[in-house]
Design a protein around this ligand. Structure first.
Ligand code: 8YV
Length: 326
């Protein structure tokens, strides 16, 4: 008998077929209030779980007594209780490499769009204001040859540093717990403490995961240390920034602007003050959202689940210590 699994995301047809070849699949398009009772019911027999989003916490895991592996279609796994999974011998698989370049493109895109005010000026044209040559009121600021400060220098930080250094001639500063000699050597990146990075960067770019250490790492005190001309970019996780503090800093001119792909609450509430500010570029969590990369992530997650349930895990495991036991 094929192992039972629960799928909670719509997959491309060929990948769905691949799952069906290996498993008996109960599928949901996504997790919602409507689908949640049936999802819980299906979890009771499930050995595997695959999808993205949702909160997979201890209460939910308690309702999945047969679960052996979960495969998230994402690099981030802050929505999983990893300690509880490890305690229950449930493998957690993720997609750490396939989206790196695409997310770095998103970061670079947000830097350019925010600094050059592209969405704001697009709206300005559409509203019929382009009747004369452009005045200084609508000028942006340069990106090339400025200083970018990267928080986190993992795969995505490295791919951003590569673009910034080689493509835009930028000076690269970064803050991590331990220096990254490869970044220093390849991109002449300089490791520095957070305060130095905040004080010296024209662009502060967040590529960090959400953990108890990174939660609200950028709050009022940190925003006060940034240049008045600085631009803050976040494509990591929303709660790394204290969003209320950021809104105040954008309103009172503490920093110049922000480009945000992630938020404390997603979807962004329609009454968020961020929507009212002209000096913010908003993106609806598009970091990895290209056809090619989303396909690659789904394919990786399907292969990860097959490996996890077959006991052939070689990579992409968040808690590999239990793979050995399997
Ligand atoms: C995901 C992301 O696509 O991989 C991540 O961690 O944030 C995005 O790339 C997101 O989780 C939605 O599926």
């Amino acid at each position: 008998m094929k192992p039972a699994i629960v799928l909670y995301k719509t997959l491309p047809a060929d990948l769905r077929q691949k799952l069906d070849e290996h498993f008996s699949v109960t599928a949901f398009d996504e997790l919602s209030h409507q689908t949640f009772p049936a999802f819980l019911q299906a979890l009771k027999n499930a050995e595997g779980l695959i999808g993205s989003g949702g909160r997979i916490d201890a209460d939910l895991l308690a309702q999945a007594p047969k679960l052996r592996a979960a495969s998230t279609i994402s690099v981030g796994y802050d929505n999983f209780d990893v300690d509880e999974m490890t305690r229950r011998n449930v493998l957690l698989m993720h997609t750490p490499t396939v989206l790196t370049e695409t997310v770095a493109d998103t970061l670079m895109g947000l830097m350019l769009a925010t600094a050059r005010r592209i969405p704001e000026l697009d709206a300005w044209i559409r509203d019929g204001h382009w009747n004369d040559s452009l005045g200084a009121d609508h000028y942006g600021t340069d990106v090339h040859h400025k200083t970018v400060g990267i928080l986190g220098m993992g795969r995505i930080g490295m791919a951003l540093a590569q673009r910034a250094h080689f493509g835009f001639g930028m000076k690269v500063l970064y803050n991590t717990r331990t220096p990254n000699p490869e970044a220093n050597q390849k991109y002449q990146a300089q490791h520095c403490d957070l305060d130095t990075l905040l004080a010296q960067s024209d662009f502060v770019c967040i590529t960090l995961p959400l953990t108890s250490q990174t939660h609200h790492m950028i709050g009022r005190a940190q925003l006060d240390k940034m240049k008045k001309s600085a631009i803050l970019i976040n494509a990591g996780r929303g709660p790394v920034i204290d969003e209320d503090a950021l809104i105040e800093a954008l309103k009172d001119g503490t920093i110049l602007a922000a480009g945000l792909d992630v938020f404390e609450r997603e979807p962004l509430p329609h009454d968020s003050d961020l929507m009212k500010l002209k000096n913010v570029v908003l993106a609806p969590h598009i970091g990895s959202a290209t056809h090619e990369t989303r396909y690659g992530m789904a394919e990786c997650a399907v292969d990860n689940l097959i490996a996890a349930l077959n006991g052939t895990v070689k990579e992409n495991c968040v808690n590999p210590q239990i793979a050995v036991k399997n």
